[in-house]
Every structure is written in C-alpha cells, then in structure tokens.
Design a binder for this molecule. Structure first.
Ligand SMILES: C[S@@+](CC[C@H](N)C(=O)[O-])C[C@H]1O[C@@H](n2cnc3c(N)ncnc32)[C@H](O)[C@@H]1O
Length: 278
C-alpha cells in the first residue's frame, strides 16, 4: 500500500518524457548555420531541469489538479512548518537527532524534510497514480512515529489532494478524527459554512506537545477530546459530518472493518483513502 511519504527517482522513461520536446539547435540570427559546438552530452538531470523550468506550474493547495507528471514551481510550495528545526534532505530513518524534534515521551517526532529539485514522490488521488517534482528544493513538514520513525503525516501534494474530498464534505458541525499536524483542521475551519468543529485525537502527548495550541488558534473549535474518534460517532446532531484521518497508509480505511461498520451505521462518515467504497 502506498505510504504517506516515499521518494522515487525519476526513471529514464520519466526523464525522457519530460525531455521529449527539447528544442533542436537553431540557426544563428545571421542565417548561417552555427559552427558545431564541441558536444558534451547533457546529463539526464540537466535535461530534466531545462524542461522543468519550462513546464513548472505554480502550486495552489485549493486548486492544483492531479496530473502526471506534475511539475511544480518550488517557490510556490510553502507549507506551514510546526517547528523551526534545520531541514534535512533524506529519509526519516537516516535523519540525525539534531534534525528531529521529539515529543516529550518520544511518542512522535517531527522533521522538516528537504525534497531535492527533480526528486520525484508519488502523487495519488483515488485510483490515479503519478509523480510530482519540483523545479527547486522544497521543505515539507513531516510528523513521524517517535519509535519507528514511520511517517504519520507529511504535507505533500498527495496529502493535500487526497484530503480535499473530506474538506468538500464539511459543513455545519464537523468532528475531525485524528489531529495530526492540523492541516485538515485548518482547511475545514476556513470554510464559511462550517460553524463548529470538534477535534478528537487519541494521543494526549500530541495534544500537550502542540495539538492544544493549534486547536486554540481556531475559534470554531469548541471541543478538543482526547480519545478514540469512533466513540464520538452519533453523539452530535444527525447532520454532523465525521471526517476521519486516523491511518498511516492510503487505503487503510477501505480495509478497516471498524471503519466500514461505522460507515454503515452512521450517516456522513468520511475516511481518508476510502475511495473505492465511496
Ligand atoms: C495521519 S494523522 C492525521 C493527519 C491530519 N489529517 C492532518 O491534516 O495533519 C493521524 C492522527 O490520528 C490519530 N489517531 C489514530 N487513531 C485514532 C483514533 N482511533 N481516534 C483518534 N485519533 C486517532 C493519530 O494519533 C494521529 O495524530
């Protein structure tokens, strides 16, 4: 199953697709053919970067659509960081301690991860699979399991695209199951037709660490409950929307019997990655 944060190197096929429209050598302005230059073959990275500079598009967290490959202008990709820690350009499990922020009892860790220009990461949305690249280095906040350093949440374009469906369903009273880094919370609270938000997060440590603080920044949040999101189903009025993002892997919701049973029993329940049964 696809993880929330996994790097891919561009394959030669992907690189050559990006390089497919490279301009041939043109005549000089005098009309005479240019003298042939001593040729040095361009590296795949140079070809990629030349092409990326031509096709990179600005990122908009509300409107950028799925595309493969999606090449983004790095300067426009600026997710909010939770902690000011020096960014590190590699997988979490090889990250030095100095580049991690750990929660008080090590239940969670946090890093600002550098994705290098031209480095590809998966872009998933429902059944569509692609890759996303940037034309310059970008820094992306990542929430990790403190013991295994497995990724809980990483604010990549995949996360943003796959949470949009839940955000679009939010209205009136909304229960958010799983706070994580609070991106879903922020986007739900931004909607004018959302009046009240209840946050349910199972980890007391995450709430003490930064969760209570980011919930307090949202005036629509009336309750922050430390507990199991499933236990809040049906406790609010029948029009309440329940948006659950409590899984580390995309599609986990679709294979989670407790979630599928909850959906059958209660109206207006949405789960991240539950696309094939939607
Ligand atoms: C992937 S993160 C959520 C990311 C979040 N959507 C965001 O925008 O940052 C999952 C969160 O769900 C919490 N969680 C896991 N199981 C839960 C449950 N049964 N009830 C409430 N919270 C849960 C985890 O502690 C974690 O904070």
């Amino acid at each position: 199953m696809p993880a929330r944060d996994k790097s891919h190197r561009p394959s030669s096929e992907q690189s050559s697709r990006l390089a497919g429209n490279a301009q041939p050598n043109r005549p000089s302005s005098s009309g005479r053919p240019r003298a042939p230059k001593p040729s040095r073959a361009k590296s795949p990275e140079e070809i990629f970067l030349e092409k990326a500079a031509q096709i990179a598009e600005p990122w908009d967290e509300n409107f950028t659509k799925f595309k493969h490959p999606l090449v983004l202008q790095g300067a426009t990709y600026q997710p909010q960081m939770l902690f000011d820690v020096t960014p590190y350009p590699a997988d979490p499990d090889s990250t030095p301690e100095a580049n991690l922020v750990r929660s008080p009892n090590n239940e969670f860790a946090y890093m600002n991860r550098v994705w290098k220009r031209g480095q590809a990461i998966p872009l998933l949305q429902n059944r569509r699979e692609g890759l996303v690249y940037w034309d310059q280095d970008v820094v992306i906040p990542v929430l990790l399991d403190g013991r295994t350093l497995a990724v809980w949440m990483s604010l990549t374009p995949m996360e943003v695209l796959t949470l949009r469906e839940g955000i679009s369903l939010a209205k009136g009273t909304v229960v958010i199951g799983g706070l994580g880094m609070g991106y879903l919370l922020r986007k739900v609270c931004e909607k004018p037709n959302v009046h009240r938000v209840i946050v349910v997060e199972q980890s007391r440590e995450l709430l003490n660490w930064f969760g209570d603080r980011i919930c307090a920044e949202q005036p629509k949040v009336t309750d922050v409950i430390c507990g199991n999101a499933y236990e809040q189903l049906g406790k609010f009025d029948s029009e309440t929307r329940y948006l659950f993002d409590i899984w580390p892997m995309y599609e986990d919701a679709a294979a989670d019997p407790e979630f599928q049973a909850a959906k059958r029993k209660h109206p207006h329940v949405w789960g991240w990655g539950d696309y094939h049964l939607a």
